[in-house]
Design a binder for this molecule. Structure first.
Ligand code: BJW
Length: 244
């Protein structure tokens, strides 16, 4: 990847922007070895079930143990994986702008592992469990047995992730949308931009006058509204922006 993929216009905006928002998706973790859901013409499948079946509110009601098995498997994969240069670059960006907002759809915790703070997790985290009744949240610690039941009320625990047909965590999207409406520069990194309301954030930013830039090896439905599309892998493209 050549450094000239970053236009002079983008370099200039990156140099002078004060409020920057980045929305990330599964593609930013692909170079760490985390499988994406879609992309490359394929869709993730678990034991013959498409991911939008196993990762659905309906499946939590019908077969919570199967849902746990799917997320236990994903956590076991993550234990041996590490952040990649894209995660580290975004962690660095927090110190470059007066207001930097990192919004992720990812549930893998790799932004935090790279040092990012105050990450807005729109779709929750595989590293937490949540009570189906009182919503108490429990951290899941690597190599330690996770709890099955809530200490407080005794109800079942479920993965603290946002499945299809479920509401996002209270306030998370609202804060992200406010920041999107105020940002001057918006990056959309490694997302197929098919899942809403997350995919509306760059649309909000664009409508409010921000310069919107996509980083993805493939085009997405958002590509047409972006001011710039950087075709490539996040771990190769993001470190080229060049502000220090
Ligand atoms: C690289 C790369 C590299 C590869 N570098 N890039 C408006 C219209 C239509 C429908 C709706 C709507 N509003 C809401 C809906 C319903 C639904 C929805 O959006 N459906 C659409 C799919 C049609 N949304 C919801 O249900 C949401 N809830 C909601 O809206 O609540 C209100 C409500 C409730 C009830 C009824 C109605 C409304 C919740 C969505 C939750 C999504 N959950 C999941 C699963 C999380 C748990 C788990 O991990 O299993 O979140 S689905 C899955 O998709 C996961 C992801 O976060 C999400 C987005 O995927 P992402 O990140 O974009 O990944 P991929 O795999 O799709 O794409 C990877 C990309 O990376 C590709 O483009 C590659 O090219 C690229 N890539 N390598 C850079 N190296």
């Amino acid at each position: 990847m050549q450094t000239d993929v970053i236009s002079a216009e983008l370099r200039n905006r990156f140099e002078h922007a004060r409020r920057v928002l980045v929305l990330t998706g599964a593609g930013i973790s692909a170079e760490s070895g985390v499988p994406t859901f879609r992309g490359g013409g394929n869709s993730a499948v678990w034991k013959g079930m498409p991911f939008d079946v196993i990762s659905s509110a309906r499946m939590v009601e019908r077969d919570l143990p199967a849902v746990w098995e799917w997320f236990d498997y994903r956590r076991s994969l993550l234990q041996s994986l590490h952040p990649n240069p894209a995660h580290y670059e975004l962690a660095r960006w927090a110190d470059l702008f007066s207001e930097f907002t990192l919004v992720t759809q990812n549930v893998d915790g790799l932004h935090q592992a790279a040092g990012s703070r105050d990450v807005i997790e729109l779709h929750g985290s595989v590293w937490r469990a949540r009570c189906v009744s009182c919503r108490t949240s429990y951290e899941i610690v690597p190599d330690k047995q996770r709890l099955d039941d809530c200490h407080g009320c005794g109800a079942w625990l479920r993965p603290d992730v946002v499945l299809f047909g479920e509401m996002l965590p209270p306030g998370a999207f609202e804060v992200a949308a406010q920041r999107a409406a105020k940002c001057q520069l918006c990056f959309v990194v490694g997302t197929s931009a098919l899942v809403y309301p997350a995919a509306s954030l760059p649309e909000i930013a664009k409508a409010a006058g921000a310069y919107v830039c996509e980083v993805n090896p493939e085009r997405t439905p958002l590509s047409t509204i972006c001011d710039e599309v950087l075709t490539g892998k996040a771990g190769e493209v993001l470190p080229l922006t060049g502000k220090s």
